[in-house]
Design a protein around this ligand. Sequence first.
Ligand code: PLP
Ligand code: MN
Length: 354
Amino acid sequence: MTHFPLPRADLATPALLLDVAAMDRNIAAMAEFARTRGLALRPHAKTHKSSEIAKRQIAAGAVGICCAKLGEAEALAADGVGDIHLTSPVVTRDGIARLTALAGKIGLSVVADHPDVVRALAGCGATIFVDVDPGKHRTGVTSPEAAVALARTIIEAGLPLGGVQYYCGSEQHITHLSDRHAAISEKTDYLRTVLAALADAGFAIPVVTGAGTGTFAIDAELGVLTELQVGSYIFLDREYRDCELAGPSFEQALWVDSTVVSANTPGMVTIDAGLKSFATDAGVPVPLSGSARYAFMGDEQGALFGEALPALAERVTLVPPHCDPTVNLYDRYWLVAGETVTGAWPVTARGRST
Ligand code: PLP
Ligand code: MN
């Protein structure tokens, strides 16, 4: 049993730290942005996997949350989150049985991109969104005609048509704002043709959901989306720190604290945070302060190179390269206010990727 408050320096490392005050300011800033633009906010909980954080987002004005996977949604629903949109398709018989059970307990919607799946979803109790592929070919229907055909199948199956999902993942991290603006404008032109085809065929599309932290302000300006699925804005990470973001400014709220465990070589030290402590898809973490450079040194360790390095047994705070898959590596967030740990929250849906 851990008793709070406790000094941050007493935490065993590597430790995932959350500055709750900074996160709450990020939540409030995004909620205010959506409110003033007349947009619904449905933040993506794949970033934090935490029922506490989901409830704070909803208390600040979000209409509900998104989940990426059924297991994530089941875990957050069991902890009191009552309105969830699933942004990935559910296609297996077992998955649809679980979806049906969940839809009996909470408000639930799910994307689909194939008529066979829509027919299998008949009677599931969830609202169905037409997932539209923006060109990356991850999921989604690949033409306006296919979107119309899928909408028709949804209605024929007796299912409620919730609207359209259009998530442009590849555009989120384009470094320069003007390049990102041009890219998402072009993608939005295509979305307009899909929505026009649906309207011409007589389908009402109440919700057009999409956007991430890199494009939401541009999406709001373009005026086609009605709902924002932003995720990473609550924490930020090194990848987003390196992007020229638009809209309200967000603060870095998530760190990993580590400890120097070896310092026998001039110009470098070894810390206790390696491949198991950070997502590895987006480059390396960076120390929060100073100019040292990090390099992975295997599963359990990393190296810091530079001039002014911390000494043996000293602490180092790092900004994770990519927040969502980093959070999934930890059981809990330690809540910090400066050098004090004020509490801990479980990563409720950690590892719930099925
Ligand atoms: N919507 C979907 C479907 C996603 O996959 C993601 C993240 O990958 C998001 C929204 C949130 O994007 P971000 O974390 O960049 O805000
Ligand atoms: Mn991400």
